[in-house]
Design a protein around this ligand. Structure first.
Ligand code: SF4
Length: 189
């Protein structure tokens, strides 16, 4: 190896003599990392999306290769997040590809010790039955003086931080239409 090549392999030499005096770019790059290709370069297409974790709604770019998600990055075109993602959003590829992702509805009946797999239609029907039953059982038509109430105390909604404005709007509409008073959200962002 010539002296120049030997010196060029030395990061501090590149930092002192090159165009990267702070040593945060090329000067600090190893030969191995220089030879790597980012997954974003090999994707077939990129889909715009929104991080599902919280109500901030940071914009994402979802990189897809062979119809599989290979990387998720922040979208710099977003005026809200300007390309940034917090650690949860940065790790959201695992939501799609992680081995612990559930692909079926899991149901554990009261007092059972084992989980069952349900198809989605069955699960939705079960939720509907329970909501209507609880609504009916908790229905209050009038108060003790005969004044109209027309409400149910049998159901309530507690939203989570992943719900965005539009989802919360629809939840409020739905539960108010059902006669529920107790509609609340955990998020305080
Ligand atoms: S979880 Fe993080 S990346 Fe996702 S929307 Fe919230 S702040 Fe943004």
């Amino acid at each position: 190896m010539g002296v120049k090549r030997w010196l060029d392999a030395w990061p501090v030499y590149r930092q002192l003599t090159g165009t990267d005096p702070l040593g945060r770019g090329k000067a600090a790059q190893s030969a191995r990392s220089a030879a790597l290709t980012p997954r974003t370069d090999t994707a077939d297409r990129v889909a715009d999306s929104v991080c599902p974790f919280c109500a901030v709604g940071c914009a994402q770019r979802v990189y897809v290769k062979d119809e599989k998600v290979v990387q998720i990055e922040g979208n710099p075109d977003s005026p809200i997040s300007r390309g940034r993602l917090c650690p949860k959003g940065s790790a959201s590829k695992q939501l799609v590809t992680g081995p612990q992702r559930e692909h079926k509805v899991r149901y554990r009946p009261p007092y059972a010790t084992e989980w069952q797999d349900l198809d989605l239609d069955t699960a939705v029907d079960m939720v509907v039955d329970r909501v209507l039953d609880a609504r009916r059982k908790g229905w209050q038509d009038t108060d003790e003086s005969g004044r109209k109430l027309r409400r149910t105390m049998g159901i309530a909604s507690l939203g989570g931080a992943t719900l965005d404005n539009e989802e919360n709007y629809l939840i409020k509409k739905l539960f108010t239409a059902l006669g529920a008073l107790q509609v609340e959200n955990q998020a305080r962002i």
